[in-house]
Ligand binder design. Structure first.
Ligand SMILES: Cc1cc2nc3c(=O)[nH]c(=O)nc-3n(C[C@H](O)[C@H](O)[C@H](O)COP(=O)(O)OP(=O)(O)OC[C@H]3O[C@@H](n4cnc5c(N)ncnc54)[C@H](O)[C@@H]3O)c2cc1C
Length: 377
């Protein structure tokens, strides 16, 4: 990478994302307490073109890069975790995988709806007995003439309560490649698809169980059949970077609050930030945030319209997720006992940051991959 500057267009888009996300800040507790999907915020993201940034231009989107999506999600995460999680699928992997591997009819049907904010996309990978160990998944797709039949159960699925489109990871009988793992698009109106139990989370979003009971979908809804695992995992590297961007935004949001508090709260006759012990906490936070940002920018900038490289995506995710835990914890410390109360906004950043190391591949799994990469070299 020759330079570290964003283009004028990216700076403009980032400024727009910041302006729009600031509108979400005051409403962020609404979704946490009601458990409702933030439709109001999603409409705003759609009308400003931010929600469709990852949709190719010929389907009504912005035709943006992974870096563009990372910039937008950082800004949303800075103000409202629930909205960042709501937009993650549309800005991220679901849209990209349909654009890259979907048949023309699947693209034409779903991508314009995504850009207009009319179709929310869920991704269904995790199963009750299979999380990190993808290859052990039990959901299957089998051929049935010019259709495939999808059967299985998924759990901890974001947005399933409102999703119109489900990208379902499953084993495709007879497919070539490692363990027959591939993916199929299943529309919400497909007979046999049902959304079961809802789980409330510490972050304020909800997760859901989804069942596919002999769901019959046209064969051209298969996104990846042969060599599916490799293709799906390379696509998932993009998700790792965007999960990291949300963590980055959460950390930046907490740091902004902490710096403000350190300037304004006085103890011992001076602003608390002027006590060296506290100023150094903020300095360490700043360095860690910037380091995470550079890892994310590098991984996404090199990917362009393709998919990020695994090693770089894993390093970005691992570092950003763990950084956000430390930074939000330190930010709360800056607020003292008041920070622990729900009257102060900083406590919610600490809760929000906890999601990163759980979703989309844990730190242990990232470390396993990074170590394997080193030992192979
Ligand atoms: C907010 C949120 C949103 C989510 N959204 C979605 C979604 O939309 N779609 C979806 O499919 N899933 C989703 N998930 C699920 C998430 O992807 C899984 O929770 C994650 O992959 C881990 O799987 P698991 O929970 O089954 O844990 P397990 O795989 O059972 O792991 C339990 C613990 O063991 C560790 N572990 C497991 N294997 C190893 C190993 N080989 N080496 C070292 N340690 C190991 C893990 O790191 C973890 O700490 C979401 C989760 C969260 C928290």
């Amino acid at each position: 990478m020759g330079q570290f500057e964003l283009t004028p267009e990216q700076q403009q888009m980032r400024a727009l994302a910041r302006e729009v996300s600031e509108e979400f800040r005051d409403r962020s507790t609404t979704w946490e307490t009601s458990g409702e999907f933030p439709w109001q915020n999603m409409s705003r993201l759609a009308e400003t073109g931010l929600l469709g940034a990852s949709v190719p231009e010929q389907y009504g989107g912005g035709g943006g890069t992974w870096l563009d999506a990372a910039l937008i999600l950082e800004e949303i995460g800075r103000c409202c975790y629930v909205t960042a999680m709501a937009a993650l699928g549309e800005l991220g992997v679901q849209t990209r995988v349909i654009a890259a591997y979907g048949s023309e009819s699947v693209r034409e049907r779903h991508l314009p709806e995504v850009a207009r904010g009319e179709a929310i996309c869920a991704i269904c990978i995790t199963e009750p007995d299979t999380g990190s160990d993808l290859k052990a998944m039990r959901t299957t797709a089998r051929d049935d003439g010019d259709h495939v039949i999808v059967s299985g159960h998924k759990t901890l699925i974001s947005r399933a309560d409102v999703a119109a489109v489900f990208v379902v990871f499953c084993k495709i009988k007879g497919a070539s490649g490692a363990d027959e793992v591939g993916a199929v698009v299943v529309g919400r109106d497909t007979p046999g698809l049902s959304v079961g139990q809802t789980f409330q989370t510490l972050g304020g979003d909800t997760l859901h169980e989804v069942s596919f009971d002999e769901c019959r979908v046209p064969a051209d809804h298969v996104l990846a059949r042969d060599d599916g695992l490799r293709r799906m995992l390379s696509m998932f590297n993009g998700q790792r970077c965007l999960n990291a961007s949300v963590s980055l935004g959460i950390a930046q949001g907490a740091q902004d609050l902490a710096v403000d508090q350190a300037k304004n709260r006085r103890q011992g006759g001076r602003p608390i930030g002027e006590h060296q012990g506290l100023g150094w906490l903020l300095a360490d936070n700043e360095v860690a945030i910037e380091a995470a940002r550079l890892l994310i920018w590098r991984a996404t900038a090199k990917a362009g319209q393709g998919f990020p490289e695994r090693h770089e995506a894993s390093m970005a995710k691992l570092f950003a997720n763990e950084m956000a835990l430390r930074v939000t914890d330190t930010a709360l410390q800056v607020f003292g006992g008041h920070g622990w109360t729900k009257e102060m906004p900083v406590e919610r950043y600490l809760r929000w940051a906890r999601y990163g190391p759980l979703g989309g591949g844990t730190p242990q799994i990232q470390r396993n991959g990074i170590a394997r990469h080193l030992l192979r070299a």
